[in-house]
Design a protein around this ligand. Structure first.
Ligand code: 5GP
Length: 363
């Protein structure tokens, strides 16, 4: 496990509000409990519960949103989530979040995203490489440079952070369009694509399609939560728009796999999430094994590291121990995810160098 922590890693599927620390959620719940907004004891029990069905997870997200939806808290959780990923040696984090409106808090989708961007800028325990509008170039923001006992600078961890804006399946076409246009406006602030997520049994494909097509026309890459539940018609429609990536892909049938493989659509694999939400009965039946054998593009991801009490290091460890991969194979798998990131070639080259350096130490 320690080796998996040392390994540099690329995270392509992490939801901001699903990656919040339990300790932060409990602290926020306590404050709202004292204000009488919620009953703390009930909420604490739900936050600490392990193993939830998919519907229970979506109920929990509604609770998380009550706890986290004000600008200051959004900034705080973004900062903490980035620090937590960096602590696991994640060197590139594509963090996704649903821009939210909350009139009571004076929050618009744009101001929500500004709070997220403030959270990225607030990280001071590691160096964060992201894009700013001033330069349209990669900028590293870091706090004061720490020194060791001899006065020499201590080498700090560095993490590249990019953002995906999520369309929630509960949203209207107009709201989904607003998210796509916002993503376009925030391209100079590290937004690199669009995600479709939210409760898979809610919403109609036709509702999101205009916004997804609009994103394609604007040149914004798309990743779709696909086949989390059996829904042949929607799965086929999803593959037909040729998304740049798909997430989960638990219920594809042979015909759809043939298409996904033919199109070489990279799959974001979330092992712990798929088991915890009972989408699959056992890891030994997981489609990872078949895709890995077929050399299909894939990347291991956490999905909701807070909600499922996992880390990306743990996901690599799970893959290694379940599917019998050795260190070299795991290293190659981790490095291969660079190709599927929605980021420019310059950053991909930097990330490749990070892996080249690590290879000398780890293999
Ligand atoms: P947020 O977008 O609020 O930062 O992150 C939480 C949201 O991500 C949830 O409300 C939900 O819409 C989405 N999400 C998180 N995990 C999953 C998942 O496993 N499947 C789907 N479809 N959506 C998810």
């Amino acid at each position: 496990m320690e080796w998996c922590r040392e390994l540099p890693k690329i995270e392509l599927h992490a939801h901001l509000n699903g990656s919040v620390r339990d300790s932060t959620l409990l602290e926020l719940a306590k404050v709202l409990g004292e204000k009488g907004v919620i009953v703390f004891a009930d909420v604490a029990h739900v936050i600490m519960k392990n193993g939830r069905s998919l519907p229970e997870c979506f109920m929990l997200f509604d609770l998380f949103h009550i706890l986290t939806t004000d600008h200051q808290t959004v900034t705080r959780i973004t900062k903490e989530v980035i620090e937590d990923f960096a602590a696991e040696n994640v060197v590139y984090l594509e963090l996704r979040t649903t821009p939210k409106k909350n009139e009571a808090k004076g929050m618009t989708k744009r101001s929500y995203m500004e709070a997220v961007i403030d959270g990225i800028k607030a990280v001071d325990s590691v160096d964060v490489a992201f894009v700013t509008s001033d330069t349209s170039k990669l900028m590293t923001c870091s706090g004061s440079i720490p020194v060791n006992g001899t006065g020499s600078p201590i080498k700090r961890k560095k993490i590249y952070v990019r953002l995906l804006l999520s369309i929630d399946r509960r949203e209207t076409t107009a709201a989904a369009m607003e998210t796509v246009n916002l993503a376009m406006d925030l391209k100079d602030f590290g937004v690199v694509g669009i995600d479709l997520s939210g409760n898979p049994v809610i919403g109609e494909w036709e509702t999101f399609l205009p916004a997804l097509k609009h994103a394609k026309e604007l040149g914004l890459p798309i990743t779709l939560h696909c086949a989390e539940v059996p829904n042949k018609k929607e799965i086929q429609a999803m593959l037909d728009i040729h998304p740049q990536r798909i997430g989960h892909a638990c219920f594809l049938e042979d015909e759809e796999w043939r298409k996904a493989k033919f199109l070489k659509i990279p799959v974001e694999i979330c092992l712990t999430s798929n088991i915890r939400t009972e989408r699959l009965s056992s890891l030994h039946n997981h489609h990872f094994a078949d895709l890995y054998k077929a050399k299909h593009p894939l990347s291991l991801c956490t999905d909701d590291s807070g909600l499922f009490s996992t880390t990306l290091s743990n996901e690599y460890y799970l893959a290694a121990s379940t599917f019998g991969l050795n260190k070299s194979e795991i290293f190659v798998l981790a490095r291969s995810a660079i190709q599927y990131a929605f980021v420019d070639d310059e950053v991909k080259e930097e990330l490749t160098k990070v892996f080249d350096d690590a290879e000398k130490r780890l293999i």
